[in-house]
Design a protein around this ligand. Sequence first.
Ligand code: HEM
Length: 226
Amino acid sequence: MSDFQEDLFLWALENIGILSLDAKLGCFSRRDEVHALVSASQDAQDAVIRTEMSANDMWKKVPNLAYSKLIRSQNTLEKIVSHHLNQNRENTSKSKRTVFRQLIENENASLKDVFTIILDLFLAGIDTTSFTSGFALYFLAKNPQTQEKLRKEIKKFLPLKTSHLTPEMLNSMHFLKACVKETMRLRPVSIGVGRLTTQDIILQNYKVPTNVSNKTSENYFYVLAL
Ligand code: HEM
Protein backbone atom coordinates (compact mmCIF):
# COMPACT_ATOMS: atom_id res chain seq x y z
CA MET A 1 0.00 0.00 0.00
CA SER A 2 1.36 3.43 -0.86
CA ASP A 3 1.69 6.28 1.63
CA PHE A 4 -1.82 7.25 2.71
CA GLN A 5 -0.92 10.10 5.05
CA GLU A 6 -2.33 12.49 2.43
CA ASP A 7 -5.68 10.64 2.63
CA LEU A 8 -5.68 10.97 6.42
CA PHE A 9 -5.05 14.68 5.96
CA LEU A 10 -8.06 14.98 3.62
CA TRP A 11 -10.16 12.94 6.07
CA ALA A 12 -9.26 15.30 8.93
CA LEU A 13 -9.98 18.31 6.71
CA GLU A 14 -13.40 16.90 5.78
CA ASN A 15 -14.17 16.39 9.49
CA ILE A 16 -13.18 19.96 10.38
CA GLY A 17 -15.40 21.24 7.55
CA ILE A 18 -18.40 19.39 9.01
CA LEU A 19 -17.56 20.39 12.60
CA SER A 20 -16.82 24.06 12.06
CA LEU A 21 -18.80 25.03 8.95
CA ASP A 22 -21.54 22.42 8.64
CA ALA A 23 -20.17 21.97 5.14
CA LYS A 24 -19.22 18.88 3.17
CA LEU A 25 -16.04 20.06 1.50
CA GLY A 26 -15.93 16.89 -0.63
CA CYS A 27 -12.22 16.41 -0.01
CA PHE A 28 -12.14 12.96 -1.61
CA SER A 29 -14.43 13.56 -4.57
CA ARG A 30 -13.01 16.98 -5.44
CA ARG A 31 -9.32 16.45 -4.71
CA ASP A 32 -8.19 19.02 -7.29
CA GLU A 33 -10.55 21.70 -6.06
CA VAL A 34 -9.61 21.26 -2.41
CA HIS A 35 -5.92 21.22 -3.27
CA ALA A 36 -5.69 24.98 -2.60
CA LEU A 37 -7.23 24.45 0.83
CA VAL A 38 -4.87 21.58 1.66
CA SER A 39 -1.78 23.55 0.58
CA ALA A 40 -2.95 26.67 2.42
CA SER A 41 -3.51 24.71 5.59
CA GLN A 42 -0.07 23.02 5.38
CA ASP A 43 1.65 26.32 4.49
CA ALA A 44 -0.03 28.06 7.43
CA GLN A 45 1.20 25.34 9.83
CA ASP A 46 4.73 25.64 8.50
CA ALA A 47 4.73 29.44 8.60
CA VAL A 48 3.33 29.58 12.16
CA ILE A 49 6.21 27.39 13.40
CA ARG A 50 8.80 29.46 11.53
CA THR A 51 7.47 32.81 12.79
CA GLU A 52 6.34 31.87 16.30
CA MET A 53 9.47 29.88 17.14
CA SER A 54 11.97 32.18 15.43
CA ALA A 55 14.78 33.53 17.61
CA ASN A 56 13.66 37.13 17.14
CA ASP A 57 10.51 39.04 16.25
CA MET A 58 12.03 40.99 13.34
CA TRP A 59 9.46 39.48 10.98
CA LYS A 60 6.84 41.62 12.74
CA LYS A 61 8.64 44.74 11.48
CA VAL A 62 10.13 43.50 8.22
CA PRO A 63 8.02 40.71 6.70
CA ASN A 64 10.24 37.72 5.90
CA LEU A 65 9.46 34.73 3.63
CA ALA A 66 7.70 32.81 6.40
CA TYR A 67 5.48 35.76 7.32
CA SER A 68 4.57 36.39 3.67
CA LYS A 69 3.68 32.71 3.34
CA LEU A 70 1.52 32.99 6.46
CA ILE A 71 -0.38 35.94 4.99
CA ARG A 72 -0.87 34.20 1.63
CA SER A 73 -2.12 30.98 3.21
CA GLN A 74 -4.41 32.79 5.66
CA ASN A 75 -5.89 34.78 2.75
CA THR A 76 -6.69 31.56 0.89
CA LEU A 77 -8.24 30.00 3.99
CA GLU A 78 -10.17 33.22 4.62
CA LYS A 79 -11.76 33.11 1.14
CA ILE A 80 -12.89 29.50 1.51
CA VAL A 81 -14.12 29.89 5.10
CA SER A 82 -15.99 33.16 4.27
CA HIS A 83 -17.70 31.47 1.33
CA HIS A 84 -19.08 28.60 3.42
CA LEU A 85 -19.77 30.80 6.43
CA ASN A 86 -21.96 33.15 4.38
CA GLN A 87 -23.66 30.30 2.56
CA ASN A 88 -24.46 28.28 5.70
CA ARG A 89 -25.34 31.05 8.13
CA GLU A 90 -28.96 31.08 6.99
CA ASN A 91 -29.27 27.64 5.42
CA THR A 92 -28.38 25.26 8.22
CA SER A 93 -31.28 23.49 9.82
CA LYS A 94 -32.01 25.34 13.08
CA SER A 95 -32.97 22.14 14.83
CA LYS A 96 -29.49 20.66 14.47
CA ARG A 97 -27.28 21.61 17.44
CA THR A 98 -24.06 21.51 15.46
CA VAL A 99 -20.86 23.18 16.67
CA PHE A 100 -21.24 25.64 13.80
CA ARG A 101 -24.82 26.57 14.80
CA GLN A 102 -23.76 26.98 18.43
CA LEU A 103 -21.02 29.38 17.36
CA ILE A 104 -23.32 31.37 15.07
CA GLU A 105 -26.07 31.60 17.68
CA ASN A 106 -23.75 32.64 20.51
CA GLU A 107 -24.85 36.16 21.37
CA ASN A 108 -21.49 36.95 22.97
CA ALA A 109 -19.59 36.20 19.78
CA SER A 110 -19.47 38.60 16.84
CA LEU A 111 -19.23 37.29 13.30
CA LYS A 112 -15.56 38.26 13.38
CA ASP A 113 -15.06 36.13 16.53
CA VAL A 114 -16.78 33.15 14.91
CA PHE A 115 -14.68 33.59 11.79
CA THR A 116 -11.47 33.66 13.86
CA ILE A 117 -12.46 30.55 15.83
CA ILE A 118 -13.22 28.66 12.62
CA LEU A 119 -9.87 29.64 11.10
CA ASP A 120 -8.21 28.43 14.33
CA LEU A 121 -10.00 25.09 14.12
CA PHE A 122 -8.72 24.66 10.56
CA LEU A 123 -5.21 25.44 11.74
CA ALA A 124 -5.26 23.34 14.93
CA GLY A 125 -7.37 20.32 14.01
CA ILE A 126 -5.94 18.91 10.79
CA ASP A 127 -2.28 18.01 11.29
CA THR A 128 -2.89 16.93 14.88
CA THR A 129 -5.64 14.45 14.02
CA SER A 130 -4.15 13.11 10.80
CA PHE A 131 -0.60 12.53 12.09
CA THR A 132 -1.85 10.98 15.34
CA SER A 133 -4.18 8.65 13.40
CA GLY A 134 -1.35 7.76 11.02
CA PHE A 135 0.94 6.83 13.91
CA ALA A 136 -1.85 4.90 15.69
CA LEU A 137 -2.44 2.80 12.55
CA TYR A 138 1.31 2.25 12.18
CA PHE A 139 1.72 1.04 15.78
CA LEU A 140 -1.33 -1.23 15.45
CA ALA A 141 0.09 -2.70 12.24
CA LYS A 142 3.39 -3.39 14.03
CA ASN A 143 1.60 -5.00 17.00
CA PRO A 144 -0.92 -7.54 15.63
CA GLN A 145 -1.91 -8.82 19.11
CA THR A 146 -2.84 -5.31 20.21
CA GLN A 147 -4.67 -4.80 16.94
CA GLU A 148 -6.71 -7.97 17.52
CA LYS A 149 -7.58 -6.95 21.10
CA LEU A 150 -8.73 -3.53 19.86
CA ARG A 151 -10.71 -5.10 17.02
CA LYS A 152 -12.58 -7.28 19.55
CA GLU A 153 -13.42 -4.24 21.69
CA ILE A 154 -14.68 -2.27 18.68
CA LYS A 155 -16.72 -5.27 17.44
CA LYS A 156 -18.32 -5.58 20.88
CA PHE A 157 -19.64 -2.01 20.73
CA LEU A 158 -20.18 -1.79 16.98
CA PRO A 159 -21.23 -5.29 15.87
CA LEU A 160 -22.73 -4.20 12.54
CA LYS A 161 -21.44 -1.97 9.76
CA THR A 162 -24.58 0.09 10.27
CA SER A 163 -24.03 0.53 14.04
CA HIS A 164 -23.68 4.13 15.20
CA LEU A 165 -20.94 5.30 17.53
CA THR A 166 -22.11 7.34 20.52
CA PRO A 167 -20.17 9.40 23.10
CA GLU A 168 -21.22 6.86 25.76
CA MET A 169 -19.67 4.02 23.74
CA LEU A 170 -16.46 5.98 23.29
CA ASN A 171 -16.32 6.50 27.06
CA SER A 172 -16.59 2.76 27.63
CA MET A 173 -13.97 1.80 25.03
CA HIS A 174 -11.06 1.77 27.48
CA PHE A 175 -8.64 -0.16 25.30
CA LEU A 176 -9.20 2.23 22.38
CA LYS A 177 -8.49 5.16 24.70
CA ALA A 178 -5.31 3.43 25.92
CA CYS A 179 -4.14 2.90 22.32
CA VAL A 180 -4.67 6.60 21.49
CA LYS A 181 -2.87 7.68 24.66
CA GLU A 182 0.05 5.32 24.03
CA THR A 183 0.33 6.62 20.46
CA MET A 184 0.48 10.18 21.74
CA ARG A 185 3.05 9.18 24.39
CA LEU A 186 5.32 7.58 21.77
CA ARG A 187 4.78 10.18 19.03
CA PRO A 188 3.42 13.38 20.59
CA VAL A 189 2.18 15.60 17.79
CA SER A 190 2.30 18.60 20.06
CA ILE A 191 5.20 18.72 22.47
CA GLY A 192 4.10 21.29 25.00
CA VAL A 193 2.14 24.38 25.81
CA GLY A 194 3.39 27.92 25.41
CA ARG A 195 2.78 30.26 28.29
CA LEU A 196 3.52 33.91 29.11
CA THR A 197 3.68 34.42 32.86
CA THR A 198 1.37 37.21 34.05
CA GLN A 199 2.85 37.24 37.57
CA ASP A 200 5.88 35.85 39.41
CA ILE A 201 5.39 32.17 40.11
CA ILE A 202 7.34 29.41 41.89
CA LEU A 203 7.49 26.09 40.06
CA GLN A 204 9.21 23.28 41.99
CA ASN A 205 11.51 25.75 43.76
CA TYR A 206 12.32 27.70 40.59
CA LYS A 207 11.17 31.29 40.52
CA VAL A 208 9.75 32.30 37.16
CA PRO A 209 9.37 36.09 36.88
CA THR A 210 6.49 37.94 35.25
CA ASN A 211 6.44 38.34 31.48
CA VAL A 212 8.63 35.39 30.64
CA SER A 213 7.63 33.24 27.70
CA ASN A 214 9.02 30.69 25.30
CA LYS A 215 9.28 33.49 22.73
CA THR A 216 11.91 35.65 24.44
CA SER A 217 15.20 33.93 23.77
CA GLU A 218 17.11 35.54 26.67
CA ASN A 219 14.41 34.27 29.05
CA TYR A 220 13.84 30.94 27.40
CA PHE A 221 11.06 29.17 29.24
CA TYR A 222 8.84 26.40 28.06
CA VAL A 223 6.33 24.54 30.22
CA LEU A 224 6.12 20.95 29.00
CA ALA A 225 2.73 19.31 29.22
CA LEU A 226 3.05 16.79 32.05
C1 HEM B 1 -4.25 14.55 18.54
C2 HEM B 1 -5.00 15.62 18.55
C3 HEM B 1 -4.66 16.94 19.23
C4 HEM B 1 -3.64 17.25 20.10
C5 HEM B 1 -2.55 16.35 20.66
C6 HEM B 1 -3.81 18.65 20.45
C7 HEM B 1 -2.98 19.36 21.31
C8 HEM B 1 -3.14 20.66 21.67
C9 HEM B 1 -2.31 21.41 22.60
C10 HEM B 1 -1.14 20.82 23.38
C11 HEM B 1 -2.78 22.67 22.66
C12 HEM B 1 -2.21 23.81 23.49
C13 HEM B 1 -2.98 23.91 24.78
C14 HEM B 1 -2.50 25.05 25.65
O1 HEM B 1 -1.60 25.81 25.27
O2 HEM B 1 -3.05 25.16 26.73
C15 HEM B 1 -3.92 22.75 21.77
C16 HEM B 1 -4.65 23.89 21.57
C17 HEM B 1 -5.73 23.98 20.71
N1 HEM B 1 -6.27 22.96 19.97
FE1 HEM B 1 -5.61 21.07 19.91
N2 HEM B 1 -4.90 19.14 19.80
C18 HEM B 1 -5.44 18.14 19.02
C19 HEM B 1 -6.55 18.21 18.20
C20 HEM B 1 -7.30 19.34 18.00
C21 HEM B 1 -8.49 19.41 17.17
C22 HEM B 1 -9.09 18.22 16.40
C23 HEM B 1 -8.94 20.70 17.23
C24 HEM B 1 -10.11 21.36 16.56
C25 HEM B 1 -11.03 20.77 15.89
C26 HEM B 1 -8.03 21.45 18.09
C27 HEM B 1 -8.16 22.77 18.39
C28 HEM B 1 -7.33 23.47 19.26
C29 HEM B 1 -7.50 24.88 19.56
C30 HEM B 1 -8.57 25.82 18.98
C31 HEM B 1 -6.49 25.20 20.47
C32 HEM B 1 -6.22 26.56 21.11
C33 HEM B 1 -6.94 26.61 22.42
C34 HEM B 1 -6.71 27.93 23.17
O3 HEM B 1 -5.70 28.60 22.93
O4 HEM B 1 -7.56 28.26 24.00
N3 HEM B 1 -7.06 20.59 18.54
N4 HEM B 1 -4.12 21.52 21.19
